[in-house]
Design a binder for this molecule. Structure first.
Ligand code: HDD
Length: 761
């Protein structure tokens, strides 16, 4: 991994920068001296030998395509200047006519500073405004020549730099990370044949089938327009009104109400391209493809009560998690999987592959793993990179093509269009984070914020004055004029209708629900209950429950009971007798199906500390957890040093006040009667213990701390009388065995055997 990381153009100087060794790295200060003009200069400005003309760009080279290094700024050891490079002597006082006199209009330094400040904000994204990004690379496992010409898949071991942005959908830019929401999973591949953006989500289906409905969907889910509430939440009337009237959203609602809408971390969620795309090989043969990202750490989610509490204590929970993992060298990793199938196979499916509300079950078309994605560098600057990155569903490269999915068609338009207002004009592709590493040459010119200085007098094609350049790539270069061979053409009458199979809204919603584990099903029912309980218009609630009867009678009954309403009649179906599905149960659809590689790396573990605890056992545990790659933290009633019963001094890393229990994956309660008594005097300790228990997380209770279990009213066994495998109680004499059992319990993530609705604690 390190060798590959070193090979990354965006990463090469990172280590040196952090150690302050960037001598030939980031330019110190803002301006970079241009090189001396090239020998053999031939244009007027070159002959002029004005240093500003610079060196002619190397043939075929795009000056914008250099690594981000060219735009990095480092002010170490530099004096303060204006934007014009004029040194600023005093950055404290404006220019006045006398000490108590008026500020002078001529103070251009003050005016420049305030003017720039006044314009610092840009519009946030229409959707997916809240997000976090990172740099990394994609590595191909095997060449895929028979499937595609796409550059990243041409050689085993080929590495393509990427920038990835994860996001929530509904909330504004400053909203919490742990909203119940779909997550964006957008990957920009800087391939040597141009940028390819795979702009996906962490759920493989979507709410609507046609882009015509996208503005309606977004207007319904965003804060209601009259009072601007609620923020980052779908639990309100307009969202449920809309989806209740759009039965095609039912399948996506099952995913959005599942724990997938509450990822524990961006690092523990899957990603999907959602649409059916095409892979095209050098012969122009195309096959359909679905893209899957599978996290190495496995899939893992929060529970709702926990997500709500985290949003108060740490609204940046996912952003911080991603940042810290990368800074710690625990690079997040996913494998790319493809489901590849032919047009003929697709024709025979019981569902339409052009319908973005349908999956292709993995039992029908297996997922073939073709490479891995590693995120190994945090951005230098949030605005310059994460905010200004512009993903566009229209950005494909040769070897990747669109299908006729009508939702995708709208996206091909929308993304480029939205950047024009968000990023201020048509030249957003020149912003460093968006500039391809492949050369860019065309006759598009000018426009707001143009950076490139195009040489010569020719800006048209065909031309003879510039030798015909830039010339069409054409078939001779291996770029086909037929992009991909299409299926037998259907009737091309102009119609505003949907294909027939799009009308089956429930078969796959049922497949999803039936494929969940009992605890996941219970969480789905609870999520519908919660969301609909926030809806104020009873008819809206009824319509949604009526629709759920077409998915699962059991689910509808549970939700109706939870809302204290009679079960309404089932909603009439658009297609009374849909085709028989090929797959009725798909274990791949359960989060439990992907436990990951095991182990406890990067899990955050709280060990409570106070004066009078047993220090040696805590110290030993910290060492063991650290060795296993976890992140142990000593949490005390205050910061600072604590004197332990056995004469050690332990420093608290965090406090019960600033780091409540729900921010941790597991909890250790220490031995030592005095220490336990001190901890129990702080009300937060019992909340800590109760939250850990309620969220089904592992708890290790050493010696005297068992008293806290009684104080917190923890049930001694599971509801069925069996021992709770996530609740480990023992004496410090057995520390080694307890530590091993604790780590095994942490590796399991949650102990849902103890999950109860309503919660016992
Ligand atoms: Fe979209 C942003 C994913 C349908 C229009 N979308 C956006 C982002 C992601 C997705 C991950 C954030 C990119 C980033 O981090 O900058 N969108 C999806 C998926 C969809 C989908 C997986 C369905 C399969 N989107 C969709 C439709 C339309 C849009 C149907 C419009 C017709 N999406 C946009 C947008 C956004 C956007 C308005 C807002 C900001 C941006 O593009 O750059 O153009």
């Amino acid at each position: 991994t390190q060798a590959l990381a070193a090979a990354q153009p965006h990463n090469a100087a990172k280590a040196a920068e952090h150690e302050g060794l960037a001598s030939d790295g980031a330019p110190m200060g803002q301006s970079v001296e241009p090189p001396i003009p090239a020998a053999g200069a031939s244009t007027l400005s070159e002959l002029n030998l004005n240093a500003k003309a610079g060196e002619a760009a190397a043939a075929g080279q795009d000056p914008l395509s250099q690594p981000l290094q060219r735009t990095r700024v480092d002010a170490t050891g530099q004096r303060l200047t204006t934007n014009q490079g004029v040194p600023v002597a005093d950055n404290q006082n404006s220019l006045k006519a006398g000490a108590r006199g008026p500020v002078l209009l001529e103070d251009f330094i003050l005016r420049e500073k305030i003017t720039h400040f006044d314009h610092e904000r840009i519009p946030e994204r229409i959707v997916h405004a809240r997000g976090s990004g990172a740099h990394g690379f994609f590595e191909c496992y095997e060449p895929l020549h028979s499937l595609t010409m796409a550059a990243p898949f041409q050689e085993a071991g080929k590495v393509t730099p990427v920038f990835v942005r994860f996001s929530t959908v509904a909330g504004e830019r400053g909203s919490k990370d742990t909203a119940r929401d779909v997550r964006g999973f957008a990957v920009k591949f800087y391939t040597d044949e141009g940028n390819w953006d795979l702009v996906g989500n962490n759920m493989p289906v979507f709410f609507i089938q046609d882009a015509m409905k996208f503005p309606d969907l977004v207007h319904a889910v965003k804060p209601e327009p009259h009072h601007g509430m609620p923020q980052a939440a779908s639990a309100h009337d307009t969202f449920w009104d809309f989806v209740g009237l759009m039965p095609e959203s039912t399948h996506m609602l099952m995913w959005a109400m599942s724990d997938r809408a509450l990822p524990r971390s961006y690092r523990t969620m899957q990603g999907f391209g959602v649409h059916t795309f095409r892979l095209v090989n050098a012969q122009g043969e195309s096959r359909f493809v679905k893209f899957h990202w599978q996290p190495r750490l496995g899939t893992h989610s929060l529970v709702w009560d926990e997500a709500v509490k985290i949003s108060g204590a740490d609204p940046d929970y996912h952003r911080r998690d991603l940042w810290e993992a990368i800074e710690a060298g625990e690079y997040p990793e996913w494998e790319l999987g493809l489901q590849v199938f032919t047009e003929e196979e697709a024709q025979a499916f019981s569902f339409d592959v052009l319908d973005a509300t349908k999956i292709v079950p993995e039992e029908l078309v297996p997922v073939q793993v073709v490479g891995r994605l590693v995120l190994n560098r945090n951005p230098d600057n949030f605005f310059a990179e994460t905010e200004q990155v512009a993903f566009c569903a229209a950005h494909v490269i040769r070897g990747i093509d669109f299908s006729n999915d009508p939702l995708l068609a709208g996206r091909i338009h929308s993304y480029v269009d939205t950047q024009i207002s968000r990023l201020g004009g048509p030249n957003f592709h020149e912003i460093p984070i968006n500039a391809p590493v492949a050369p860019v040459h065309n006759n598009q010119r000018d426009g707001m914020h143009r950076q490139a200085i195009h040489r010569g007098r020719v800006a048209y094609e065909p031309n003879s004055l510039a030798g015909g350049c830039p010339f069409q790539a054409g078939a001779a270069q291996g770029f086909m004029s037929v992009r991909s061979r299409q299926e037998a053409q259907e009737s091309r009458d102009k119609v505003r209708i949907k294909p027939e199979k799009f009308a089956d809204h429930y078969t796959q919603a049922r497949l999803f629900f039936d494929s969940q584990s009992p605890v996941e099903q219970a969480h789905i029912a609870a999520a519908f209950r919660f969301e609909l309980s926030k809806v104020t218009v009873p008819a809206v609630r009824e319509r949604v429950v009526a629709s759920l009867r077409n998915v699962s009678e059991e689910l509808a009954a549970q939700v109706a009971a939870g809302l204290g309403m009679p079960l309404p009649a089932a909603l009439p179906r658009a297609l009374p007798t849909p085709a028989e599905p090929e797959v009725r149960h798909s274990s791949a659809l359960s989060l439990m199906a992907r436990p990951g590689e095991g182990g406890i790396r990067t899990r955050k573990i709280a060990l409570l500390v106070a004066d009078g605890v047993d220090g040696a056992s805590l110290q030993a545990l910290v060492g063991k957890l650290f060795e296993a790659g976890a992140v142990p933290r000593l949490v005390g009633p205050r910061l600072g040093a604590f004197a332990t019963a056995d004469g050690l001094t332990l420093q608290a890393d965090a406090t019960l006040e600033n780091s409540p229990g729900f921010l941790f994956d597991a909890l250790v309660l220490p031995d030592g009667a005095d220490g336990v008594a001190a901890l129990s005097r702080a009300g937060q300790t019992l909340e800590f213990v109760k939250d850990q228990f309620r969220h089904c997380k592992p708890i290790l209770m050493l010696g005297a701390s068992h008293a806290l279990a009684t104080l917190a009213d923890l049930p001694p066994t599971l509801p069925d009388g069996e021992p709770d495998p996530g609740l480990l109680i023992g004496d410090v004499a057995d520390l080694d065995a307890l530590a091993d059992a604790f780590m095994t319990a942490i590796a399991r993530h949650r102990h849902f055997e103890r999950d109860q609705d309503p919660p016992a604690i």
